[in-house]
Design a protein around this ligand. Structure first.
Ligand code: GLU
Length: 296
């Protein structure tokens, strides 16, 4: 039997907080339960938001928690050629098209249709208007192109094959077991932007395959993204890992934790006198369903 491979894949856009600790502990525990290895991947495709000091801090905080990863850290910014190759393979099959639609173009087109039809235009699982939008005019003045997947063509390319994934955790509505992927709900997803020659969806499937990841453990906020990931894996001929989506940490107001909303970082907790076991105890309480007090 081959050794299961897990990964922890934070974005270095801030310091790790208790939500990340819960995610990391879930990854390492799941790996430990099956004698798996854990890899560390830094998801730094966005040059405007990623900071080297956050990369160093992630490694330091994980070490402080006693979580050790195997082998070299993979940084997505070092692998742009891999994403370009994957994009080219989709482009060769005419599954990708350049689009100059700005957010404003999209909202304008959606508003026009909603007004005319008197009903809301469909949204993707992240809440963005689902593309294509008939009659949305490409902006001539906009020089930047986003490369989008032509969802209708992509679905035709797989001949209506039903894509599923194995869910060992649960989605937001309790979905578990063999889950049917619904990539159609995403519409024409962005695969690359002018300033970032890949997108999260493309990079994550390329990397999981390149790193031989067999088990993806991550937050429930990524549950619906798995539908887009399954389609890209199928189109690119990449293997599908098993998925385990875990519940998210929310604060007392029921909001997802985010550094931008001032959630306390692990380093602040450390300075405040917390040790590793305090963090692990807090993680266990959160996994049992406790909410975070705003003072934590
Ligand atoms: N980089 C993502 C995050 O920090 C995780 C993506 C994933 O695990 O697929 O939220």
């Amino acid at each position: 039997m081959t050794t299961p491979v897990f990964r922890f894949a934070p974005s270095p856009t801030g310091f790790l907080h208790l939500g990340h600790a819960l995610s990391a502990v879930s990854v390492w525990r799941a790996a430990e339960a099956v004698g798996g290895r854990v890899l560390l991947r830094i998801e730094d495709i966005d040059p405007a938001r990623s900071r080297p000091e956050h990369v160093a801090a992630i490694e330091e905080d994980l070490a402080w928690l006693g979580l050790r990863w195997d082998g070299e850290v993979r940084r997505q910014s070092n692998h742009m050629d891999d994403y370009a190759r994957a994009l080219m393979s989709l482009g060769d099959r005419s599954l990708v098209y350049p689009s100059r639609l700005t957010r404003a173009d999209i909202s304008e087109a959606v508003a026009r249709i909603e007004e005319a039809e008197g009903r809301p235009w469909p949204r993707d699982p992240d809440g963005a208007a689902r593309l294509p939008i008939p009659g949305a005019r490409e902006n001539e003045a906009e020089t930047r192109h986003a490369l989008r997947l032509d969802m209708a063509k992509a679905l035709r390319a797989i001949g209506g094959e039903r894509l599923v994934w194995r869910e060992e955790g649960a989605g937001p509505d309790g979905e578990t077991g063999d889950v049917a992927a619904r990539p159609d709900l995403w519409g024409d997803v962005i695969l690359a932007r002018k300033e970032t020659p890949t997108s999260y969806h493309l990079a994550v499937v390329v990397d999981d395959a390149a790193q031989g990841v067999t088990h993806v453990v991550r937050g429930q906020d990524m549950f619906h993204a798995t539908s887009a990931h399954r389609l890209l894996q199928r189109l690119l001929g990449l293997p599908a890992p098993v998925y385990r989506h875990h519940r998210l940490v929310s604060d007392a107001e029921g909001q997802k934790l985010a550094k931008s909303r001032g959630s306390t970082s692990l380093r602040d907790l450390r300075v405040a006198g917390w040790d590793r076991n305090d963090v692990l105890r807090a993680v266990d309480a959160l996994l049992k369903g406790d909410v975070l007090k705003s003072s934590a």
